[in-house]
Design a protein around this ligand. Structure first.
Ligand code: SAH
Ligand code: SF4
Length: 348
């Protein structure tokens, strides 16, 4: 009998890989959907409960695979109702996911890597460096395990990949996970329109994302001049603003969709009237909307958040130029669950 540690989490397989595995054992391919439904729709924890599948098949499955659930190392709840999950991975590393209650539904912010290699100056995740990519199963598990945990009538309908890590630097696992998370046949069934991938701007991967998925795209722009963006986000030295925005203008955007541009407001760095005006010009060729994120501070952070009046003035300029711009005050500040505050790998 194989022990758990020598088995593969079945969530690591794509639907096609599972079909191949079944076929090579003379098991009909329609079984794949049945199995996936048990895992995602019915949240099964073992193959034993899959009663519409023959016992021999279940036994073969459990000889090779198991269905992993994360160990929840810690759950913290903020005064505003958001919840931060600290998950322990099989190799002992940790990641965080943040559940944000909205009026009628939940949004879950998930991670794509343990840490991040991009080194953005304002981001706490960057401070712990990069440890490894998350596997496909680990990305999916954040959604599956939290959906299981929620209970009640309010459903998890929105996913943002804005937690730890740079999703496009872990491209194939991210796309594989998106395929399962948005598969309406087998259970988690998150709509493509309600899933967003946020990137610091790995330009060569942008068009691949547009080709291979139908999810929303968010770009962490954060500055309107290369010298400022070079300083804040080292990736800009490789792919400067013009290249990034060119790739956005050519992005295979779905009809009636817009690209979201995230713009952290940092006092005295990127919050001037000129910045707002430059932003309007830069985004002209693109179907864009803008999320203004007032900087979330943390211990020893070099930056400050601008005054409320400065933030409102910045937003006004964008609105007057016909841009949808909203101020996104991050939730979960009191439990370090806000944008840029996730740092599970540094806690332990
Ligand atoms: N790596 C991806 C996704 C994770 S970061 C990316 O950079 O897009 C998610 C968002 O949090 C980004 O828009 C980033 O600019 C923002 N962010 C990072 N640190 C922040 C902080 N301290 N305050 C506010 N937003 C922050
Ligand atoms: Fe990585 Fe995004 Fe943080 Fe930059 S902002 S260090 S890309 S997680």
């Amino acid at each position: 009998m194989n022990t758990i540690s020598s088995k593969t989490d079945i969530k690591e397989l794509t639907r096609d890989e599972l079909i191949l595995w079944l076929k090579s054992r003379d098991i009909k391919s329609y079984r794949a959907n049945q199995i996936l439904k048990w895992i995602y729709l019915r949240q099964a924890d073992s193959f034993d409960v899959m009663t519409d599948i023959k016992k021999e098949i279940r036994e073969r499955l459990s000889q090779h695979f198991y269905i992993h659930r994360f160990e929840k190392a810690r759950i913290e709840t903020s005064q505003d109702g958001s919840k931060k999950y600290l998950f322990k991975l099989r190799d002992g590393k940790y990641i965080e996911s943040v559940l944000i209650p909205e009026k009628d539904y939940y949004t879950l912010c998930i991670s794509s890597q343990v840490g991040c290699a991009q080194g953005c100056l304002f981001c706490l995740t960057a401070k712990g460096g990069f440890l490894r990519n998350l596997t496909k199963g680990e990305i999916i598990s954040q959604v599956r395990d939290v959906a299981y945990d929620i209970g009640g009538s309010k459903r998890l309908t929105n996913i943002v990949m804005m937690g730890m890590g740079e999703p496009l630097a872990n491209f194939s696992n991210v796309v594989g996970a998106i395929n399962i998370i948005t598969d309406s046949d087998i259970g988690l069934g998150i709509s493509n329109r309600r899933m967003t991938v946020s990137t610091s701007g790995l330009v060569p991967k942008l068009s691949d994302l547009g080709r291979e998925t139908k999810v929303n795209l968010a770009i962490s722009l954060n500055a309107t001049e290369n010298k400022t963006r070079d300083m804040l986000m080292p990736i800009n030295r490789k792919y400067p603003i013009e290249n990034l925005l060119d790739a956005c203008a050519n992005y295979p955007l779905m009809p009636r969709r817009k690209i979201t541009f995230e713009y952290i407001l940092l006092k005295g760095i990127n919050d001037s009237e000129e910045d707002a005006k430059r932003l309007v010009k830069l985004l002209k060729p693109i179907r864009a909307k803008i999320n203004l994120i007032p900087f979330n501070t943390y211990q020893d952070s070099k930056f400050e958040c601008p005054e409320e009046s400065v933030i409102l003035h910045f937003k006004d300029i964008l609105n007057k130029n016909n841009y949808t711009a909203v101020i996104r005050h991050s939730k979960g500040q009191d439990i370090s669950a806000a944008c840029g505050q996730l740092r599970a790998n540094m806690l332990l």
